[in-house]
Structures are given as C-alpha cells and as structure tokens.
Design a protein around this ligand. Structure first.
Ligand SMILES: Nc1nc2c(c(=O)[nH]1)N[C@H]1C(S)=C(S)[C@@H](COP(=O)(O)O)O[C@H]1N2
Ligand SMILES: [Mo]
Length: 435
C-alpha cells in the first residue's frame, strides 16, 4: 500500500504503523529530549482526522447542568490559561511485547511523548455550566466520525478527575495551537492518565449520572480487576474496570538491543514516568538484574512529566550483557519483571531489557529490518482496505482463531466479506501475518 500523503519530515521522525487512519510511533531517539517536539510526537487515531472550520467551531456543554453552554474558542481562551508539562501515553504502548501476541496496534516503546499543554481548566467550564447533584461522569465527544457501523470514539471521565484543577481543555501543545493530528482546536488533557482519556477534537461535553455505556468505555480500555491467566474469558462489567492512571515505567533509549559497544565507558540513558505520582528513583542493572545502581535523574521535572536519566557504565570485559532499568515512584510502586496479562494488551510496564555486546572491534547498531508487505488478494482489498491500509494488517501476528475474531469484529463494523471468500481470506491472513 503506498504511504499516504505524509510530509517527508513526519516520516523521518516517526515510524508509520498505519498511514490511514494515522498511527505513528516515536522512535527511541525521541527519549533524548525532555519535551517531545510535535513532529516527533506519536499519533493514535481510531477514525479519521476531522476537517475543522475554526470560525464555525463551537463547544457544547449539556446534560446534568444548570445552564447548558455553547462556547467558541475566544470564550475558552478568556478563561484563566493553565500550562503544564505532562506525559501522554497510549494505554496500548508496549502491546507488541505481550506473549502470547494480542491484536491491536503493535506499539513498542514509542506510543508516548512529553509535551507542554495549555488551555482552560475543565472545572472552570463545568462551574460556568453548574454541575447538578447526581452527576457521576463527564462524557466527551470529538468531531471525528466513524465509517460504516464502527463505534464513535467517545469516553467519559469520573467527576473527580474532570473537576481536578490539572484536567484541561487544551488548545495549545508546546506553545503553538494544536495540530490537526493532535486534536485541533481543542482536546482533553487528563494528566497522569492513559491516552484514551485525552479525547481529541472535543466538541461536546455531557454531564452524566453514570459511566458512559458506548463501546470505547464498555468494550475497550478496560483492565482486569485481579490478575488472570492468559486467555481467561472476562466479563467486562464484573471482572474489568476502565483504564485510568499510568504506572511507573522506564525505557532504555541507548544503547539499543543488539548494539556492539567498544571497550571503555558507556552512558546508559532513557526516560521514566509514573502517572499521577512523580518518579522517585531509577535504578540500572548491567548484570541481568543481579545488582542495581541508582541512575542520575535529569534536572528538568514537572509533576506529570517524564524524567530523563543516565548512568555511566564501564563493561568489566568483552562479553554479552543484559542492561535493565527500573523506575520507582513516590508511593514506592515499582516496575514488575513479568506483566500481568490482560485481553487488550494495555499498560505494559515490565522492566526493559537490552542485550549488548561489549568490547567489540566493530561497534555499531544492528541494521533496522523492515519486512515487505505482500500483495493482497482481491477479496482482502475489497473487505479491508476501504477503511485502513495494508500496513495496519501487516503489523499483526495472530493465530487463526484470533484472525477469525478480527474478521468477525470487522464484519460488525461494516466490512463485507462474501461467505465464499472467508476461508481464502483467513488462509491469506494466517499465512502472511500469523504466528
Ligand atoms: N476524538 C478522538 N480522540 C482521541 C482518539 C481518537 O481516536 N479520537 N484516540 C485516543 C487515544 S487511544 C490516544 S492514545 C490519544 C493519542 O493522542 P495523540 O494522537 O495526540 O498522541 O488520543 C486519544 N483521543
Ligand atoms: Mo491509546
């Protein structure tokens, strides 16, 4: 599938996991700066970016409020402006590391970024409207619209998070208006919470007396209430609850997996964050987790931002080493060595491991391998490629049973597969993108 019309700049600075809709990942080099530039900031969209007419744009506030409101951008900008630096991380970041594999965007480490967000407090807007008693959740709708029978992306926040003084209706990212991919002209900023709550292109706010019951609340972005064995069938209502805050996590940005290092000192470096709690320490191990040493934390910090860190290491000899990093937050919560399984592969925060070869005569990073996407058969083209490209499919590694479930889901969302084409299509998917 030809890559869509992305500016050349974006392609070099982000890994395109899906060109249409836009799903772009930040490469590991992005963890070298405290603030992530907008052209390096990951993008996650379920539908397509809406076209926005700024002059006609309005925000509607309704539901359990004393006075429903219609606000234009000027009215929002007239409210006190609040700025904060904070991490936005997709709940599915790291999904590709789950074993057995889980369908969905196969993010590695880079569905995350740290930006400066500015806007009005959501609480100020809600105060203007007057939240009535009985209010429990606040629902956000973006201007993006689904294709076919796909569900719309709508999410609700518990009232306490909605009224928190750091929860923003942001119109700026890194000192400039939001770009179309990041929600222009207005998005929710839910500091410390996973990206699914950061609704983009917000045009509607509705105060509800219950959690919203749409697909993206009840069918997605839920996490088991207790650890369960992989593959366990879970009842979304009884056994799961919505994803909320991020957990402590660190990423090793350099060296990289498989890197050959010269003899002599090396700087191990990366970034660490932890949702609503500041990072208290990052420790690094260069001997497969036997011993740990505190890393030096960067001076730049803010309550919801990531912290850069580094640690000097001199390999004791020419050998193969496994480097690890472990962040602990102010509550004392730290990263696990084994991830609890969950059906959609959310909230991956296992201690990262990077194998390096020290004392090499030929230092360097292994070449990046990009596998070619095979030609799609006609029935796949008509069934799948109306809504998204081949890249989204080619990123998956699924069993036949998982591909069957994906086909069923896509069928419910409007994909048309003729009964006589189904098994041929499945054969192609399993052969090309199986495990
Ligand atoms: N309207 C709308 N808002 C959305 C989404 C979407 O598809 N539609 N994706 C969400 C998800 S899952 C994430 S992780 C973040 C990503 O924000 P970004 O693209 O600015 O990085 O936006 C969230 N807000
Ligand atoms: Mo996400």
């Amino acid at each position: 599938m030809p890559a869509m019309a992305l500016p050349a700049q974006d392609k070099a600075r982000l890994t395109v996991r899906s060109a249409r809709p836009e799903d772009f990942e930040m490469p590991l080099e992005g963890f070298a700066t405290w603030i992530t530039p907008v052209d390096r900031f990951f993008v996650r969209t379920h539908l397509y970016n809406p076209a926005v007419d700024t002059a006609a744009w309005r925000l509607e506030v309704r539901g359990l409020v004393g006075a429903p409101l219609t606000l234009d951008l000027a009215a929002l900008k007239a409210l006190p402006r609040v700025e904060l630096a904070g991490v936005l991380e997709c709940a599915g970041n790291g999904r590709s590391f789950y074993q057995p594999g889980i369908p969905g965007m196969q993010w590695k480490y880079g569905a995350v970024g740290n930006a400066r967000w500015a806007g009005a407090r959501l609480a100020d807007v809600l105060k203007k409207a007057g939240v009535k008693t009985g209010a429990v959740e606040v629902l956000f709708d973006g201007a993006d619209v689904p294709i076919g029978t796909m569900p719309d992306f709508r999410r609700s926040l518990p009232l306490a998070k909605a009224l928190h003084p750091d929860t923003l209706l942001a119109y700026e990212m890194n000192g400039a208006p939001l770009t179309p991919s990041h929600g222009f002209p207005l998005r929710l900023v839910a500091p410390g919470w996973a990206g699914d709550s950061w609704v983009k292109w917000v045009t509607g706010i509705e105060v509800l007396d219950r959690e919203y019951d749409g697909f993206f609340m009840k069918g997605a972005y839920r996490y088991p209430v207790r650890p369960v064995a992989p593959g366990t069938a879970l009842d979304p209502a009884a056994d799961m609850r919505p994803v909320t805050a991020l957990r402590p996590k660190s990423v090793i940005a350099s060296p990289v997996e498989g890197e050959a290092l010269p003899s002599g000192p090396v700087t191990i470096r990366g970034a660490a964050w932890s949702g609503e709690h500041p990072v208290a320490k990052v420790e690094v191990s260069a001997d497969s987790g036997r011993t740990w040493k505190p890393a030096r934390l960067g001076a730049e910090r803010a309550p919801y931002a990531w912290r850069l860190w580094e640690s000097e290491w001199t390999p004791p000899g020419a050998a193969s080493y496994v480097l690890m990093a472990r962040a602990t937050d102010a509550r004392g919560e730290t990263q696990p060595f084994v991830q609890d399984w969950n059906p959609s592969g959310y909230l991956w925060n296992v201690v990262p491991q990077v194998r390096v070869e020290a004392g090499s005569a030929k230092p360097g990073r292994p070449p990046e391998t990009a596998s070619a996407i095979p030609e799609f058969p006609p029935q796949a083209k008509s069934a799948c490629l109306g809504c998204h490209g081949t890249d989204m499919i080619a990123g998956q590694r699924l069993t036949r049973a998982q591909w069957e479930r994906e086909l069923d889901k896509m069928g419910r969302w409007g994909a048309v597969v003729k009964p006589e084409d189904r098994s041929g299509l499945l054969d192609f998917l399993v052969r090309s993108f199986g495990r």
